[in-house]
Design a protein around this ligand. Structure first.
Ligand code: 5AD
Ligand code: SF4
Length: 469
């Protein structure tokens, strides 16, 4: 009976969401799943079983969008196989490639039923219904539903919250997007175009969502934003609240043990946020603070609006507030016009700062960005060689950082069973994976763990109590 179906929306359809790119997309994919749940879609990890496949795409570098088109080729085959068995598979492209190339995707890949940008996720059920309405049409008449508008309404206010059991199943750590978009316009970057202008979620919305997460057992929240430390949400009194103040508010939430945030811009590391690192034990001492290059000439061409010296001085201030702060960064090699000396300046800043981890990329021209109009491109083999040298330096620093933790006793949030029987795994305050002997009942607790060794990209520890016994 139709009536009963509405009352108990037993999932009858399966959605497979493949996520590319940054953590904001990871968060968005969960929210898309939440938006679809009331409409009878349950997530599946098996793409062959999916009635709906959504690719949540990334446009940050060239290869990212090429990957999407080759994935669509594979999906077309899978769709054919499902149809041969009497089923079907709808295909949607979401995320930043969808935002940037909406109509182009629909034209180039007719297999796609829906194309929609990050600001339209709350409209997904409606778009899906419209796309389903086209299924009976002859392929020549079918047109993908495309939605790449930046709507007036607040997307977050319209997205349903996850059911408590869904949040519980997602684990002890959670992402929470507090800010989207970017007004910085670094000359290499597509984000200001794909994600639009900076928008911060109101304080009450953030606190409500955080509370729901904590009530479902989440112990650690990572606040997300393309430019998260530019957060300026309004509170109930209409006041603008920065990320530092938001951290103090979240610190009062009982049950929330750890707080992180990413990604930050050096120019938005204000005094209040630095003070929060000094004052709040729940704010973890690990900061992703990209500098991109160590050369002032290149930083200027990148429109970063800070120098290498500004960045170094900022790191000093942060370390004064929180001496054990571990740093992570992003670097681009081969920006147009980058000379050997510019690159040496980048290596120098890496040596001076000392990173616990870092992500590094060869510059790739993004159409529509100011960087795309610059001449003097760096040869591919030069970029390759520079990237190799930079990564070698950073890998050594990461290994040194891990080694420096041996002998220390660190609080570890135990998150899961380990790879070996009798083992559990978790994270140190510095975001390092830690493995130790321990039973499943430790999961969800923070334990003092003596670090006794390192393994590839992780630490090996033992319960400090056990060590003392
Ligand atoms: N080419 C290479 N790397 C880029 N990034 C952003 N745009 C580009 C580009 N056009 C890198 C930056 C940024 C990270 C998310 O991706 O380092 O911090
Ligand atoms: Fe892109 Fe720069 Fe904005 Fe980061 S700060 S999202 S690199 S434009």
């Amino acid at each position: 009976m139709e009536h009963e179906q509405t009352l108990s929306p037993t999932p009858q359809k399966r959605v497979f969401i493949k996520t590319y790119g940054c953590q904001m997309n990871v968060y968005d994919s969960d929210r898309m799943a939440d938006a679809l749940a009331p409409h009878g879609y349950a997530p599946t990890g098996d793409i062959a079983q999916a009635d709906l496949v959504l690719l949540n795409t990334c446009h940050i570098r060239e290869k990212a969008s090429e990957k999407v088109f080759s994935e669509l080729g594979r999906l077309k085959e899978l769709q054919g196989e499902r149809r041969a068995l009497g089923g079907d598979m709808m295909i949607g492209v979401a995320g930043c490639v969808a935002q940037a190339e909406g109509e182009e995707i629909a034209r180039r890949a007719p297999v796609v039923d829906l194309v929609f940008g990050p600001q339209a996720y709350h409209r997904l059920p409606d778009m899906l219904q419209r796309a389903e309405g086209q299924r009976h049409l002859h392929p020549a008449l079918k047109r993908a539903v495309v939605d790449t508008d930046f709507p007036e309404e607040d997307k977050f206010a319209h997205l349903p919250a996850a059911k408590k059991d869904v949040t519980v199943a997602r684990g002890l750590t959670a992402f929470l997007t507090v800010q989207e978009g970017c007004d910085k316009f670094c000359s290499f970057c597509v984000v200001p175009y794909t994600r639009g202008a900076e928008v911060s979620r109101p304080v009450h919305q953030v606190l409500d969502e955080a509370r729901r997460l904590v009530e479902a057992g989440v112990k650690e929240i990572t606040l997300l934003g393309q430019n998260v430390n530019a957060y300026h949400g309004v509170d109930a009194a209409g006041r603008s609240v920065g990320l530092g103040e938001l951290a103090y508010l979240l610190a009062e939430m009982s049950g929330l043990e750890r707080l992180r945030y990413t990604t930050s811009h050096p120019r938005d590391m204000d005094d209040a946020l630095i003070a929060a690192h000094r004052d709040l034990p729940l704010l973890m001492p690990y900061l992703h603070l990209p500098v991109q290059s160590g050369s002032d000439r290149i930083l200027k061409m990148m429109n970063r609006k800070h120098t290498g010296a500004d960045y170094r001085a900022l790191i000093e201030r942060i370390k004064t507030a929180r001496p054990d702060m571990a740093l992570s960064g992003d670097f681009i090699v081969g920006f147009p016009g980058e000379t050997d000396q510019d690159f040496e300046d980048t290596l120098a800043i890496i040596r001076d700062v000392g990173y616990a981890s870092a992500y590094s990329f060869k510059y790739s021209t993004r159409p529509g960005t100011p960087g795309a109009n610059l001449g003097d491109q760096v040869a591919e083999e030069v970029k390759t060689e520079r990237l190799y040298r930079l990564q070698e330096l950073v890998t050594n620093q990461t290994n040194d950082f891990h080694a420096s933790c041996v002998g220390r006793t660190l609080p570890v949030l135990i998150e899961r069973l380990g790879r070996m029987p009798g083992q559990v795994g978790g994270r140190s305050p510095y975001l390092q994976a830690v493995h130790l002997e321990g039973s499943a009942d430790l999961i969800g607790s923070i334990q003092m763990v003596e670090i006794i060794g390192t393994s590839t990209n992780s630490l090996v520890g033992r319960l400090a109590l056990a060590a003392a016994a």
